[in-house]
Design a protein around this ligand. Structure first.
Ligand code: NDP
Length: 494
């Protein structure tokens, strides 16, 4: 089969890698390569960063008003809406997640560009009160410069948008490094910027292996900020690399999120919440509710209902509307998931569902793992402490609110948490006590352009979405104007 070719966008032009090398990308459902992307090296990084740098310091972009930038973002939103079906299909082919999920995500992207387009010209500085009567002092908020957005394979365009919309609204220019496994949709998307009327060089892409080009990007002297989503090991490496030149860094990393069911919950809803927390996207989501904490009095009932529900989940072709669980995106990730299943068994967790590759011959080419549930997990087992990033649920019993809080917070992570209860006092008490950037009550896996998202503890640094996100891509300047006619004693601080 001939591979579909995708090229990078640099300074408004479609380009191949300087070395002429390519990298094949596989479809996780068929196991076959279907496309190729440029395999870039440090020369390509240099080209992309310098294109973004010159677009930041000269040309139309730095002269454009924030209102004009906002209009461009809104025009981009319209083009995404037009191309949503095409972009979503590319994502499914690359990452194997359900078409229904990816189409829903891509159709939702325009909201982010409308929101941040609207916000672009609403970032106000202020005139400061002064304790020095001969001074007039004001602040303004300015862009940082070149922002590098590094994105993972699980939701390529959504997680890119969480960075890009705010970064561009703030007036920065951008170099995007998508995951080597799922670059196609980002490269197709990058082609829309020219059509929307963005000046060349404002948005550039560079593709290839993270271990080959990551350091060059992260340590480039002309880069002002790295906005990264991915695993915590890579995140720590990015953080250390960026520290060498003291760059701004935003990290959105993993989680081991507790999804907590109290005995007073509406159990039908809570069971669905448990399923959506871990088996949606085959568990390949940073917000996966991978630790299901269940109050002892309803533990057996909830466990058997979750197992019964999950055992009906239909694995299959992610493009088909009735498929509920797709394959794992990469073979390495599938091996990692299967390794954790072995580790959990060795640790003494009780496997009550799945735990292996499906035997159905129609799934044999794809990289599937059965929806897997371990019961009687203790929170000190590795299966409860480390991010699996796959369809593997650990069910942990608890006694009361204090016990639930203790177990829930006993983790290095703090990305998200779910609480299922009908008691308003309990809901608010739990939301206060949980160490997580997002707490959902009687729902799970809800996100919005309006709502700040990010991690406590080792789940990350910084927030995406909502009004504060634009400030993550800006710096504050304070301007002092002297109204006095003379300069007082120059040897003392004013
Ligand atoms: P990574 O964290 O390695 O990948 C995220 C991004 O970082 C990719 O674009 C990757 O490129 C890039 N990258 C890799 N190495 C470097 C580097 N040295 N410098 C800069 N960028 C780099 O995720 P993996 O795909 O390896 O997955 C590992 C684990 O991370 C998963 O098992 C899962 O637990 C977790 N994960 C969490 C995600 C989340 O949403 N929080 C998303 C994805 C993974 P490339 O793909 O080319 O290597």
């Amino acid at each position: 089969m001939e591979l579909q070719t995708f090229r990078n966008t640099v300074a408004g032009q479609e380009v191949e890698s300087a070395s002429g090398r390519w990298l094949a990308s596989a479809n996780p459902f068929t196991g076959q390569d279907w496309s190729r992307i440029p395999r870039c090296d440090s020369e390509d990084v240099e080209r992309a960063v310098m294109a973004a740098h010159s677009a930041f310091v000269s040309g139309d972009w730095p002269r454009m008003t924030a209102t004009a930038r906002g209009k461009l973002l809104r025009r981009l939103a319209d083009l995404i809406e037009r191309d949503a079906a095409k972009l979503a299909a590319l994502e499914v082919r690359d990452n194997g997640k359900l078409h229904a999920e990816m189409l829903g995500q891509v159709k939702y992207l325009p909201e982010y560009y409308h929101y941040f387009g609207g916000l672009a010209d609403k970032v106000e500085g202020s005139v400061l009160p002064s304790d020095k009567p001969d001074m007039f002092t004001y602040t303004k908020h300015e862009p940082l410069g070149v922002v590098v957005c590094i994105t993972p394979w699980n939701s390529p365009l959504l997680l890119l948008t969480w960075k890009l919309a705010a970064a561009l609204a703030a007036g920065n220019t951008v170099v995007i490094k998508p995951s080597e496994f799922t670059s196609a949709s980002t490269l197709a998307f990058a082609g829309l910027f020219r059509e929307a009327g963005f000046p060349d060089g404002v948005v550039n892409t560079v593709t290839g292996y993270g271990h080959e080009i990551g350091d060059a990007l992260v340590q480039h002297p002309k880069v002002a900020k790295i906005a990264f989503t991915g695993g915590d090991a890579t995140g720590a490496r990015v953080y250390a690399g960026a520290a060498k030149s003291l760059k701004h860094v935003a990290l959105e990393l993993g989680g081991k999120s507790p999804n907590i069911i109290f005995e007073d919950a509406v159990l039908d809803d809570a069971v669905k919440g448990a399923i959506s927390g871990i088996f949606a996207a085959s568990g390949q989501t940073c917000i996966a509710g991978s630790r299901l904490l269940v109050q002892r009095s309803v533990y057996d009932e909830v466990t058997s209902r979750v197992v019964a529900f999950a055992s009906t989940a239909r694995m299959g072709d992610p493009m088909q509307p009735d498929t509920q669980v797709g394959p794992i995106t990469t073979t390495a990730q599938r091996e990692k998931v299967l390794d954790y299943i072995r580790i959990a068994r060795d640790e003494g967790a009780r496997c009550v569902l799945g735990g292996k590759v499906p035997e159905d011959p129609s799934l044999a080419e794809g990289w599937f793992v059965e929806p897997t549930i371990f019961a009687d997990v203790s929170n000190d087992m590795r299966i409860a402490r480390e991010e699996v990033f796959g369809p593997v649920l650990s069910i942990i019993p608890f006694e009361d609110e204090a016990d639930a809080i203790r177990i829930a917070n006993d983790t290095i992570y703090g990305l998200a948490a779910g609480v299922w209860t009908q008691d308003m006092r309990r809901a608010i008490t739990m939301a206060d006590a949980l160490q997580a950037g997002t707490v959902w009550v009687n729902t799970y896996r809800a996100v919005s352009f309006l709502a700040p998202f990010g991690g406590y503890k080792q789940s990350g640094i910084g927030r995406e979405n909502g009004q504060e996100a634009i400030h993550e891509f800006m710096q504050t300047k304070c301007v002092w104007l002297s109204l006095s006619r003379g300069v007082p004693n120059p040897f003392v601080l004013r």
